[in-house]
Design a protein around this ligand. Structure first.
Ligand code: ADP
Length: 340
């Protein structure tokens, strides 16, 4: 079973039983890859398409391939991009699923997709790629041994790169799930030397946690604390007023562990910007970047514009918190130097 992306003209593929057409609701032909497929297949394709009664967005219909070197064409209608909050992802996912289901029903084991929706329908390629590749991997996970080859035939190099990148992430295990319960034991072992407190919904005051949720808290000097929790289906790591979320995927979780170790070993500091007693931004940085000059540059890069404006009006402090409190530092940037 192979999943890959190649560059080429989808109408010239002779190693697949079916190609997918990115059609429109009428199924009567159009521009882009649809036009090219109709042209290459010949007018009998249109005759068959007229009998199908169109196709809804996210669904798929199958026809013969006429003059094309494959046996079938699966026509699907991708969503038009309306900014991303109009079920575009769900519909695009459904296109891939519908095509693969239909192919499976016809015993098709090799299939080529174009980059659905990313042409005239305007779906940004860096959003379409992960939806598309995720949909295919999901389908294959749920239907193992159903296909021998699923590929994207991309017309241009950038599109190819975007699919290749996403496929490589899947192959590297980026999206493999980690088991939060197994990770809880590993985290406890890693943190055992630091007197961790563990909160689950068995602990008073934490009743709102779900059964498998947990929060591991380490009190540092003063009122600072470090925590890593698994709540609402994601990991969160927090320290010194900074926190971030990680998906329960292997790659994300490894990022979380790397940062956690960096904090414990004082290689990573949490940075907080305060202006007139108000919080203006937090991030983490490596210990060797905790100089006034580097921190000012980072602050300008990371903070939102309105927060930068606030710090410019009032001056600000940058606080670096380390796990070992004796390494902490505070830099005060007055009005003049912040306006440099
Ligand atoms: P949509 O309307 O779904 O956006 P388009 O046909 O406009 O579909 O574009 C989808 C993708 O198909 C685009 O990336 C376009 O460059 C590509 N494309 C165009 N012609 C071909 C072809 N002959 N083979 C493969 N891909 C093609």
């Amino acid at each position: 079973m192979e999943i890959r992306a190649i560059q080429g003209d989808i109408t010239k593929q002779n190693d697949v039983e079916a190609i997918v057409n990115a059609a429109n609701e009428s199924l009567l032909g159009g521009g882009g890859v649809d036009g090219v497929i109709h042209y290459a297949a010949g007018p009998d394709l249109l005759k068959e398409c007229r009998t199908l009664g169109g196709c809804k967005i996210g669904e798929a219909k199958i026809t013969g391939a006429y003059n094309l070197p494959c046996n079938f064409i699966i026509h699907t209608v991708g969503p038009r991009w309306h900014g991303g909050n109009n079920k575009e992802g769900e519909l695009l996912n459904h296109c891939y699923k519908s095509c693969l289901e239909l192919a499976m029903q016809h015993g098709i084991r090799t299939i080529a997709f174009p980059s659905i929706s990313t042409g005239a329908f305007g779906y940004p390629i860096d959003q379409a790629n992960w939806v598309a590749v995720g949909a295919v991997y999901d389908f294959v996970d749920n239907n193992p041994d159903s296909f021998d080859l699923i590929e994207w035939v991309c017309f241009d190099k950038n599109t190819l790169k975007q699919y290749e990148k996403e496929i490589a992430l899947h192959k590297s295990g980026f999206y493999e799930d980690v088991d939060p319960i197994v990770k809880k034991e590993e985290l406890m072992a890693l943190l055992s030397a630091y007197n961790p407190e563990v909160h689950t919904n068995n602990v008073d005051g934490f009743d709102e946690l779900e059964d498998d949720d947990y929060s591991i808290i380490i009190k540092c000097d003063g009122d600072e604390y470090l925590y890593v929790d698994y709540v609402d289906g994601e990991f969160t790591l927090g320290f010194g007023g900074w926190h971030t979320h990680y998906n329960p995927y292997r790659k994300d979780y490894e990022d979380c562990l790397r940062t956690l170790n960096g904090i414990l070993e004082n290689r990573t500091a949490a940075v907080k910007v305060m202006s007139n007693g108000e919080w203006c931004g937090s991030w983490i940085t490596s210990a060797d970047k905790c100089t006034k000059k580097d921190l000012i540059i980072e602050a300008r890069r990371i903070m939102h514009r309105e927060l930068i404006e606030k710090t410019k009006r009032n001056g600000y402090q940058i606080e670096c918190s380390f796990f070992d409190k004796s390494k902490n530092s505070v830099f005060t940037i007055d009005l003049d130097s912040s306006n440099e």
